[in-house]
Ligand binder design. Structure first.
Ligand SMILES: Nc1nc2c(c(=O)[nH]1)N[C@H]1C(S)=C(S)[C@@H](COP(=O)(O)OP(=O)(O)OC[C@H]3O[C@@H](n4cnc5c(N)ncnc54)[C@H](O)[C@@H]3O)O[C@H]1N2
Ligand code: MOO
Length: 613
């Protein structure tokens, strides 16, 4: 046996790893677990919010709630004295009382001794008010598939009304110690006996890496027993680790047993310590023979088990340590507080550079932290960072995860959320994210954008290619109780009295509305997200908005059709050929995506082969 062993040509670690990973393909079960137990697990599917946060318009400051219209004429020279019935005291988080649409901070009030209050500036509509769904709106995607769950993500899940989450099951790993001289820890040793401590060390490594190790009973130096234990373990474990017996001694049986039961992929390995490591597959499952010496066992474990777990979890990157990254700001940010101001940033790779932008500054927006790639600390004072300046930021996601993120801008839509959820399921390790903005004037640096219009008026730049996605019905989203009885279609809406929440400036649907003279009565703020706009209508803050039939159905609103529009993906011709461009287009062209599109109300798949400029 010694002769045979010696004749084998050692295989490099990287080649051995490649051989192992190329023959193994796991079937990964999902399991549903409480969010409270989900730390460091990986989502098995996209998670959609079941409740809004906040679920009512809430005061964002301590002060008084007023009706903005009443305060229009207040100035320093002519302060406005508010009567008792014209305001209510509110604390941060309180629901906004009926009829009020603005909050004035207590620091800005001038109280009289008799209890009356004066103000010397108007209160703009919705100032210091957290809108319904400001953080999370019902039905929006809050975590994509294959997302590594961190503490902030658990907060987002619970805030979105989710208390159980579907995650990828942990791989079950059998740890099989061998050697007749081994005795379990805690039992005193006699001469010739050794404490079996490798297994516990291996189990702890596995736990750190997200796998579940189970230490089996010590197998004596008997090939028949080893064979039986391996055969039994294959039924209930995904990966098998045999500890010891990997080399050429008279009582080392691992290689012989494994070559009888399956296929040896590598043995020995061109490394020291760790040379006698055995890599094999038995019934399609990876079985690794680790050398018995503890240092060799640990090193071999680190070379070969994490790549297997990587395959299992779909290349999801976890963050280790506290690294920093130099990024270039894509927009100006201004410090808002006295003290250090932590700005949550999205980071995008553009022309080989890391470009960063703010993801929202509200302290109540849990999603701004869960979605953040990095944190920029603005030092004490009203310090600002100009657009184009380089800054050092603390990373919250790995550099690789950032490099494998594709950002999409344009018009929000349920279709987009479904696609985002599906994309990371199909391409583990990659993610697709929305960059929607309240103010369209700000630059939107993105890899691609969702484009809406009619199929006959593509208004894109000549270098962009439009990949058709779907044709959709669009129209009014309105509360059932608001429809004028007996009237059908648009006649059912009495525009003269309505406060409308309009979609973002410059959006196609808004353009359609603007063409109807006098139709729009904005309520004072616009929403970057279709979900948040629809949620405001559902709650009665606005009377109507525009959107698609699917949005109306998701949020429980009446839909009054206006016409059809076309939704597609605009991508630069050159970028369509890049690695990420290919992934993006391949996911759109998949039969699964067609199924998703056709399942949405009022939405029809558009033949993606019909590409035009
Ligand atoms: N003639 C040759 N002998 C050896 C070779 C060789 O090429 N030719 N290779 C050496 C190398 S390198 C290593 S590494 C060891 C590994 O051998 P095995 O995997 O067969 O390990 P064992 O012989 O079973 O055990 C070796 C040694 O390790 C300790 N041990 C084993 N299991 C445990 C455990 N579960 N917990 C704690 N400690 C453990 C123990 O001290 C054993 O005596 O082989 C060389 N020999
Ligand atoms: O290669 Mo061994 O594993 O020297 O220690």
């Amino acid at each position: 046996m010694f002769q045979e062993f010696d004749q084998r040509v050692p295989i490099s670690i990287s080649e051995a790893r490649e051989r192992l990973c190329s023959v193994i393909s796991f079937t990964i079960p999902k399991e549903r677990i409480p969010v409270s137990r989900s730390l460091h697990r990986i989502t098995a599917e996209g998670v959609f919010a079941q409740q809004a946060t906040p679920s009512y318009p809430a005061s964002a400051m301590d002060g008084i709630a007023v009706t903005s219209e009443r305060t229009t004429h207040a100035t320093k020279a002519t302060p406005l004295v508010l009567k008792d019935e014209e305001f209510q005291w509110v604390n941060t988080g309180d629901p906004l009382p009926a009829g009020r649409d603005s909050v004035i901070m207590v620091e800005q009030l001038r109280p009289f001794e008799d209890g009356r209050i004066a103000i010397d500036a108007p209160a703009p509509p919705w100032k210091h008010v957290r809108q319904l769904g400001e953080d999370i709106a019902v039905s929006e995607l809050i975590l994509p598939s294959h997302h590594y769950i961190r503490p902030v993500d658990m907060g987002v899940l619970l805030a979105g009304g989710i208390d159980t989450v579907s995650v990828l099951a942990k791989p079950r790993v059998a740890i099989i110690p061998t050697g007749s001289e081994m005795i379990p820890p805690g039992v005193s040793t006699q001469p010739g006996q050794l404490t079996e401590f490798n297994s516990e060390m291996i189990r702890a490594f596995l736990e750190e890496w997200g796998a579940e190790g189970e230490i089996l009973a010590i197998v004596p130096d008997d090939p028949r027993v080893l064979k039986r234990v391996i055969a039994e373990s294959l039924h209930s474990f995904d990966i098998l680790l045999i500890v010891g017996g990997s080399s050429a001694g008279k009582r080392d049986y691992t290689v012989d047993v494994l070559s009888e039961m399956g296929e040896i992929l590598a043995h020995p390995v061109a490394a020291r310590p760790g040379k006698p490591t055995v890599l094999s597959q038995v019934e399609g499952k990876p079985v690794i023979g680790l050398p018995g010496y503890p240092v060799s066992a640990c090193l071999a474990l680190e070379w070969f088990v994490p790549p297997l777990l990587h395959t299992w979890y779909g290349a999801v990157e976890k963050m280790r340590g506290d690294p920093t990254l130099t990024v270039r700001m894509d927009e100006k940010v201004v410090g808002k507080v006295v003290g250090e101001d932590f700005v949550r940033l999205g980071v995008m790779v553009h022309a080989g550079e890391f470009m960063a932008f703010s993801l929202g500054r509200g302290a109540g927006v849990t999603q701004s932290l869960s979605m953040a790639d990095a944190l920029l600390c603005l030092p004490n004072g009203c310090y600002e960072v100009e657009k184009g300046v380089e800054v050092e930021v603390k990373l919250l996601r790995s550099r690789k995860a950032i490099e494998q993120t594709i950002w999409i801008s344009g018009e929000d839509d349920p279709l987009l959320d479904q696609w985002v959820a599906f994309f990371s399921e199909r391409n583990p390790g990659w993610s697709l994210r929305k960059r929607l903005q309240r103010e369209q004037s700000r630059s939107v640096l993105c890899h691609a954008r969702i484009w809406r219009g009619t199929s006959s008026d593509p208004q894109t730049k000549i270098t962009e290619r439009i990949v058709p996605l779907a044709e959709q019905e669009w129209g009014w989203l309105i509360k059932e109780s608001e429809v004028v009885p007996g009237c059908k279609g648009e006649a059912g809406l009495d525009f003269s009295k309505r406060k409308l929440l309009i979609p973002p400036n410059g959006s196609y649907l808004e353009k359609c509305l603007r063409e109807r003279e006098g139709s729009i009565h904005p309520i004072g703020w616009t929403s970057p997200s279709v979900w948040k706009a629809a949620a405001c209508v559902a709650s009665g803050i606005a009377h109507a908005t525009v959107g698609t039939r699917e949005t109306a159905e998701r949020v429980g609103l009446r839909f009054i059709a206006e016409g059809t529009c076309f939704i597609g993906l605009a991508i630069h011709e050159q970028e369509a050929k890049s690695v990420w461009g290919n992934l993006l287009l391949a996911s759109l062209h998949s039969p699964h995506m067609k199924g998703i599109i056709d399942s949405l109300a009022g939405t029809h798949f558009y033949d993606p082969n019909e590409v035009y400029l």
